[in-house]
Design a protein around this ligand. Structure first.
Ligand code: SAH
Length: 207
């Protein structure tokens, strides 16, 4: 608890994240329960960590930054691409009404679903599948977040965003930028937020 408070103070609030809902969510979610047991002592460090299958849990600051950029309310319905450990989904679930999250790798999807259930997150649904297709049955969404990087913004995800909705995702291959895409009545507005490094969003047929 003390380590988590320190993480929020030193890595997140001190770097400009000011949305109280985001700070409270980052204080609440027990990050050490989302990392492999052997890495538990590093759970609150200022860095990404490996979670198996060659994948990583993002640096705490990036989780907070992306969450803040979505401008969630307690009514928001959110889609996440790249469940991984389920940590980002839990942070979203602390703030939003419902979270739908898609993971390509079955072992990660299964472990994340079990973990989120055991922690009592009843407003998160995990599906194993291909994020490029989104989740058409539950669309449209108020907010979409991807934690794996496609080469360009997937058109299907724009279609599944509500007008006025916000999508935050890393875009690019070797050099990536975090994009904020806002859907307008006539199209989209795209803003580049900061340079980042994420794992690639894998094309399901090349897995
Ligand atoms: N949000 C995660 C971080 C995940 S890293 C967390 O908080 O732990 C990115 C994840 O995206 C990886 O688990 C990877 O397997 C997944 N991924 C990559 N390509 C994907 C795709 N096409 N569809 C769904 N998930 C994908």
């Amino acid at each position: 608890m003390q380590k988590r408070q320190q993480m929020v103070d030193e890595q997140i609030a001190a770097r400009g994240i000011s949305d109280e809902k985001v700070l409270a969510a980052m204080r609440a979610v027990e990050r050490h329960l989302f990392v492999p047991a052997a890495l538990r002592s590093a759970a609150y460090a200022d860095e990404p960590l490996p979670i198996g299958q060659g994948q990583t849990i993002s640096q705490p600051f990036i989780v907070a930054y992306m969450t803040e950029a979505l401008k969630l309310t307690s009514d928001s319905r959110v889609l996440e691409i790249g469940t991984g450990s389920g940590y980002q989904a839990a942070v979203l679930a602390e703030i939003a009404k419902t979270v739908y999250t898609i993971e390509l790798y079955e072992p990660l999807a299964g472990a994340a679903a079990a973990r989120l259930e055991s922690l009592g997150y009843t407003n998160v649904t995990v599906r194993c599948g291909d994020g490029y297709s989104g989740w058409p049955e539950e669309a449209p969404f108020d907010a979409i977040i991807a934690t794996a990087a496609p080469a360009e913004v997937p058109g299907e995800l724009i279609r599944q965003l509500k007008t006025g909705g916000r999508m935050v995702l890393p875009v690019g291959s070797i050099f990536q930028e975090l994009y904020l895409v806002t859907k307008t009545p006539s199209g989209v507005e795209t803003k580049m937020l900061l340079p980042v490094r994420f794992v690639p969003m894998i094309k399901a047929d090349t897995k």
